[in-house]
Ligand binder design. Structure first.
Ligand SMILES: [Fe+2]
Length: 223
């Protein structure tokens, strides 16, 4: 089954789709690529302090609109949890986690500034999630320029699985990110690819990449 488990397609909740119409446009293109199930994973960060209730509200709006327009896709709800002290600790305390496929949790780092993690030690947080019977996934490590390869491997050894972005391979974030993603895939570190869909720029770039003959991955790749 073709599953995309990382996307920002819910309207007006983070830096992804801004309106329901834009959401529908993104989903329509993704269905055209062959996705059968899409997870909505809005950011939960110090900037976007979304709760489960906020996400559910937007999710219902999009779900109903897609039903009305007979767009055939299984839509599911989760989140992309950033390791910001302002939000992450409360989420763990209040059992607010919404696992993907009853199992996976997207745990992202700040894109540019690691000091936004405060005194959070990622390995400790990965272990807490594992102790709940869940599997942490680190999305798009190729985008964290401050993250060394050695450190990334320490995380993998601690039990985190790695997801790269289709957009990284397609060139959405430039050549350096593309090279880093390609080498992580070549060495076998990456278990999953996901769209991390935000807007039509992602659609156009990934679409060109797919039309060049690159395939969607099955969502689970054995590691
Ligand atoms: Fe994301």
């Amino acid at each position: 089954m073709k599953i995309d488990f990382h996307s920002h397609i819910l309207p007006g909740i983070d830096d992804g789709a801004r309106t329901v119409e834009e959401s529908v446009q993104l989903v329509t293109e993704m269905v055209g690529w062959g996705f059968e199930r899409i997870y909505c994973t809005p950011h939960i960060t110090k900037k976007y302090r979304n709760t489960k209730k906020d996400i559910k509200e937007k999710f219902d709006i999009l779900r109903n609109t897609l039903n009305d327009r007979k767009i055939d896709i299984e839509l599911r709800m989760s989140a992309e949890y950033r390791l910001n002290p302002e939000t992450w600790h409360d989420i763990l305390k209040e059992r607010e986690l919404m696992p993907i496929e009853d199992k996976y949790i997207l745990m992202e780092f700040p894109i540019n500034d690691p000091s936004d993690m405060g005194d959070i030690n990622p390995i400790e947080e990965f272990r807490k999630v594992i102790s709940l019977g869940l599997t942490p996934i680190l999305p798009h490590p190729e985008r964290y320029f401050y993250l060394s390869h050695d450190r990334l491997m320490e995380y993998v050894d601690a039990g985190v699985m790695i997801q790269s972005n289709y957009g990284s391979l397609a060139g959405v974030y430039g050549n350096d990110v593309k090279e880093r993603a390609t080498s992580l895939i070549d060495e076998g570190t990456v278990s999953f690819l996901a769209t991390d869909m935000h807007n039509m720029t992602y659609i156009r770039t990934i679409d060109a990449w797919l039309k060049a003959g690159n395939p969607l991955w099955e969502y689970a790749v054995t590691q």
